[in-house]
Design a protein around this ligand. Structure first.
Ligand SMILES: Nc1ncnc2c1ncn2[C@@H]1O[C@H](COP(=O)(O)OP(=O)(O)OP(=O)(O)O)[C@@H](O)[C@H]1O
Ligand SMILES: [Mg+2]
Length: 400
């Protein structure tokens, strides 16, 4: 969940070391330059009462997570740690591990700056939406200083882990699973953008895309979400918040937020999925710190996009499909927001690209032998393997 840090990037657990998932106040002065946060339409009491969410007691959740045991930590973000727990599906009371329903419990760090605002935004937005591509919020706990959120458990964790973590548990996603995840996440964003009261998500990144057991993608973390512009307004003005690398340039420059800001972030994630590389990574050679700046010139050229593609995907896509996804990412990354597609258009295009005819594996003649391949940042070694559901995980210079 996004948190506005008043000073610097917050330390992360080893789970997230080197991650670009740190959410910050990105305004140049890091001050409350523009305050203009759209007034919350409902009071805290109204939000909590009107949601269909279960109100848990702190002791319920303490029991469900076995006293927030360190070995049940699923991950850690700016908001706090996320624990695995078990509850009875009817009574919602704590259940024995391995019985009942598995839940993920996010516990706000006491010192988390702006944590309460984000906690409430999560309840406000996720509490009123139900969609296959949004993670289900089951309930919350508000007791003294304690603030927790209870979600459905997403067994495959975050897209971030599947793309960037190396190891036997998190294997690199195949081409078709990457497309499936991209399409699911795109549907989630399209749903928000087309809702009666339009919502801008504002924190789209790989760590906020969670995967269920069938790799269906669901968006989590609505702490930074905002109501979209109403009437004849073209944008909402906000303090610039988000995550380095994912925020749209015009939003960074002006604080003007539109749904096209989310489309830009989606283009960044699509590029990370194509390349298997993080949007910002200072362990790469200096010209390649910024994935977007480095990769953009290659995305438009059918013959050059292979310099950007993740070697672990070799043999799993057709050149047409790769070109299609690269072009889509490039359009989403347009500097002028007017040239970016809507999320509905993105969904249509990804559905088209998922067509087996577009995605049929076919070896590209020059792929794997092109000169200068490793010098252009596609850092994992080539396997030369044919199509496979799970390409072998490989060492990469940009692993965490
Ligand atoms: N419902 C869930 N089911 C399973 N794992 C989860 C769930 N929610 C979160 N996680 C895990 O916990 C990690 C931390 O989540 P969290 O949303 O707190 O932070 P983040 O998104 O990684 O970072 P940030 O705070 O910058 O947004 C996720 O990356 C994911 O691995
Ligand atoms: Mg998150």
């Amino acid at each position: 969940m996004g948190v506005c840090f008043s000073a610097g990037i917050k330390d992360k657990s080893p789970f997230h070391r080197g991650s670009n998932s740190d959410v910050e106040d990105l305004s140049p002065s890091n001050s409350s330059k523009v305050s203009c946060v759209t007034p919350t339409p409902r009071s805290e009491g109204e939000i909590l009462q009107s949601s269909n969410l279960k109100s848990f007691s702190f002791s319920d959740l303490k029991m469900a997570t076995r006293n927030f045991r360190p070995d049940s930590v699923l991950g850690e973000g700016g908001f706090g740690s996320v624990f695995k727990g078990w509850i009875d599906e009817h009574s919602f009371a704590a259940a024995k591990p391995g019985t009942g329903v598995v839940i993920a419990v996010k516990k706000l760090n006491q010192e988390s700056f702006q944590g309460h605002r984000e906690w409430l935004a999560e309840v406000n937005y996720l509490g009123q939406f139900s969609h296959p591509n949004l993670v289900q919020l089951i309930g919350y706990c508000l007791e003294d200083e304690q603030r927790l959120l209870v979600y459905e458990f997403m067994p495959r964790g975050s897209l971030e882990n599947h793309l960037f973590r190396r190891g036997s548990y998190f294997q690199a996603l195949s081409w078709s699973l990457r497309l499936k995840a991209a399409l699911g996440a795109a549907k989630g964003l399209a749903f928000l953008h087309n809702a009666k009261t339009k919502v801008i998500y504002r924190d789209f990144k790989t760590s906020n895309v969670l995967l269920d057991s069938n790799y269906n993608a669901k968006l989590s973390d609505f702490g930074l979400a905002k109501d979209g512009p109403t009437g004849d307004k073209s944008h909402v003005s906000t303090r610039v918040m988000g995550t380095y690398g994912y925020a749209a340039p015009e939003y960074l420059a002006t604080g003007h937020l539109t749904s096209k800001s989310d489309v830009y972030s989606f283009g960044v994630v699509l590029l990370e999925m194509l390349s298997g590389q993080r949007v910002v990574d200072k362990t790469r050679p200096p010209g390649k710190y910024s994935l977007v700046e480095w990769a953009k010139p290659y995305l438009a050229h059918k013959r050059k996009i292979f310099r950007v593609l993740d070697n672990r995907l070799e043999g799993q896509y057709t050149p047409e499909a790769a070109h299609g996804v690269a072009s889509l990412s490039l359009r989403c990354l347009s500097v002028d927001p007017r040239f970016r597609p809507t999320m509905t258009e993105v969904v249509k295009e990804l559905e088209r690209l998922q067509d087996p005819k577009a995605a049929r594996p076919r070896r590209h003649s020059s792929h794997g032998t092109r000169p200068g391949k490793h010098s252009t940042g596609n850092l994992a070694a080539s396997t030369g393997s044919g199509p496979a559901a799970y390409p072998r995980p490989q060492a990469s210079l940009c692993s965490k």
